[in-house]
Design a protein around this ligand. Sequence first.
Ligand code: ADP
Ligand code: MG
Length: 238
Amino acid sequence: MFYLEVAHLAKRFGDTHVFSDINFDIRQGELVTLLGPSGCGKSTLLRSLAGLVSPDTGHIRVAGEDITHLKPQKRGIGMVFQSYALFPNLTVAGNIAFGLALQKLDKRETERRVAEAVELVGLTGRERHYPAELSGGQRQRVALARALVVQPRILLLDEPLSALDAPIRKRLREQIRQIQQQLNLTTVFVTHDQEEALTLSDRIFVMNKGSIVQADTAEAVYTRPASDFVASFMGSYN
Ligand code: ADP
Ligand code: MG
């Protein structure tokens, strides 16, 4: 039984065919990494899942429901981008509550959900701080809390660690994995960083030029690369 199913997905911008036939299935609670070089189509694929890009053909299903043409806010999907995109004039709590703005919750329920999300990402005590008063890692945890506060069915992360320094990146990577497992949250994580993919993922989908060229466990992708491209990209021959 697969939870997120993608079939024959295609997208082009003018003459640029970003991808023409993407197919994959992800199980509930699985963390899958889309790994590939810059420009291979990772963000466009992720944005298609989120409903921020509309695919030309193909289908996206979540728990058996076809969401291909649903509005982004109706999909039950949370998304975090590389840059935090926080509102500078809102506090931590205000930024996270903004994720709930479209849901008609009363004040008490909103506060309860925000407090829960704040605790989940380890920002208790920072609720009244403004983004400018936070480190890069803390800001990205606010962005994560804002994505989680809606209790999404699927979490999409587009290079969420790329703007951070190495030690913070490693810590946040571990926190993301821990939270994802705690919530048993079906997650698609995008990166161009092999080490990130190898340490974080249940499975890795290696992408090149708009195609998934290998979909397997980290161990298999690293030790049994399906092509020269995968081998050299993963550094398997080093
Ligand atoms: P990645 O995230 O793997 O770096 P992207 O999905 O951002 O790759 O981009 C894949 C290709 O699609 C690139 O050639 C990029 O220039 C092109 N592309 C992405 N978004 C647009 C857009 N809105 N309009 C035109 N071309 C785009
Ligand atoms: Mg990208």
